[in-house]
Write a protein that binds this ligand. Structure first.
Ligand SMILES: [Zn+2]
Length: 311
C-alpha cells in the first residue's frame, strides 16, 4: 500500500465545548466518561481544518467503569439528528473521552483499535476521525483538565497527535437542538453495533413526490457520497455530502426540498465555512430547482467553470 502524506491538521474548539466536557468529567470521579464532537471541517489533500461547534454527552444509558466506557448510541443519534435538522452542514467529527480517573496519559490500545475501526467503517461519514482525550485533572487552577488531540485517517494506521499550537480555543456559542431534552421522534437510527456510525439513510416518503425516487436512483448511481436524510424540522427529505470539484477539492453541499408547497422546489447551499467560489455559491441563494439532482448538477458545473477560469 502506498504511503500517505502526513496530514496537517488544525482544530478550533469553543471554550464552551471544553467547559461542557470538563463539567461532565467533574461528575465522574471514578469512572471514564465521554461523548461525541460535532462541527464542520475542510479537507484538501493532506490539510484538514476541523471546527468543533457542538458536544453531545454520553447519554442516559452509557456504561462505564474506571477503565472502559460505552456511549449511549441511540441517545446520541437522536441528539445529532435534532441538531442536524437545524444545522444541516454539521458532521460527526469524532469523540471525546477521559482518562483522568485512571491516569493513563494517552490513548489506550483499545481506544486506538476502536477509532481505527470507526474511521475505516464503510458507513463512517468522513475519511478522518478526531479524538479528544482528557488526560488529567489540574488541581492548581488554570484550565481544569489537560486535553490532548488525536487524528485518525481512513486507510492509514498512524495515530497523529495534533500539537497544541495547532489547536485554537475560541469564544463561540455551541450548537444546540433548540429544545431542552431530545424528543424521541423516532427519527435517526444508531448503527446496530452502537458505534455511532450512521445507519442506512432514513428517508420517509411524505406526500408522494416522484422526483424523490428519481433523485435517489441518480445519486446512488453517480454521487454515492451524497446521502439522503430527513429533517423533522422542515418535514422534508434533503441530500447532503461532499462534492468533488475539478481541482480535486471538495465542498460540502446540502440540497433541501421546500416544505409544504405544491411545487416542492429544491434549493442548494454549501457550508458557510466554505469559501470556495463564494460568488458562484451566492448566486444560488434563493434559486430553486425542480429536483435535487438538478440543483446539484447546476452548482457543480458552475463551480467547476469558476475554478477553471481562476487558474
Ligand atoms: Zn481510553
Amino acid at each position: 500500500m502506498f504511503r500517505q502524506k502526513k496530514p496537517a491538521v488544525t482544530v478550533s474548539i469553543p471554550r464552551a465545548a471544553l467547559e461542557a466536557i470538563f463539567d461532565e468529567c467533574d461528575r465522574y470521579n471514578a469512572d471514564e466518561t465521554g461523548g461525541r464532537l460535532l462541527g464542520t471541517y475542510r479537507g484538501k489533500g493532506a490539510q484538514y481544518d476541523v471546527k468543533v461547534n457542538g458536544v453531545i454527552g454520553p447519554g442516559p444509558n452509557a456504561r462505564r467503569s474506571s477503565t472502559s466506557f460505552f456511549q449511549d448510541g441511540d441517545y446520541q443519534e437522536q441528539v445529532f439528528r435534532a441538531i442536524e435538522a437545524r444545522h444541516p452542514d454539521v458532521e460527526h467529527l469524532g469523540n471525546w473521552h477521559t482518562h483522568h480517573v485512571n491516569g493513563y496519559p494517552t490513548l489506550s490500545g483499545g481506544d486506538i483499535t476502536t477509532y481505527r475501526n470507526i474511521v475505516n467503517h464503510r458507513n463512517h461519514n468522513t475519511d478522518f476521525f478526531y479524538a479528544l482525550l482528557v488526560a488529567h485533572k489540574n488541581p492548581g487552577g488554570g484550565q481544569r483538565y489537560d486535553v490532548k488531540h488525536f487524528f485518525f485517517r481512513r486507510g492509514d494506521d498512524t495515530v497523529y497527535e495534533i500539537a497544541d499550537r495547532n489547536v485554537e480555543i475560541i469564544d463561540a456559542p455551541l450548537l444546540s437542538t433548540g429544545q431542552a431534552e431530545p424528543e424521541d421522534g423516532g427519527y435517526g437510527r444508531a448503527a446496530p453495533d452502537g458505534s455511532g456510525h450512521r445507519g442506512p439513510p432514513t428517508v420517509r416518503e411524505g406526500t408522494a413526490n416522484p422526483e424523490r425516487a428519481k433523485d435517489r436512483e441518480f445519486f446512488a448511481d453517480f454521487y454515492p457520497s451524497l446521502k439522503a436524510l430527513f429533517s423533522e424540522k422542515i418535514g422534508a427529505p434533503y441530500w447532503k455530502g461532499p462534492l468533488t470539484l475539478v481541482d480535486g477539492s471538495t465542498i460540502e453541499i446540502v440540497a433541501v426540498e421546500g416544505a409544504g408547497t405544491e411545487a416542492r422546489d429544491y434549493t442548494i447551499l454549501t457550508s458557510p465555512d466554505d469559501k470556495t467560489c463564494s460568488d458562484t455559491v451566492a448566486a444560488y441563494k434563493g434559486r430553486t430547482f425542480p429536483a435535487a439532482r438538478h440543483a446539484v448538477l447546476n452548482l457543480e458545473r458552475d463551480l467547476n467553470r469558476a475554478l477553471y477560469r481562476k487558474r
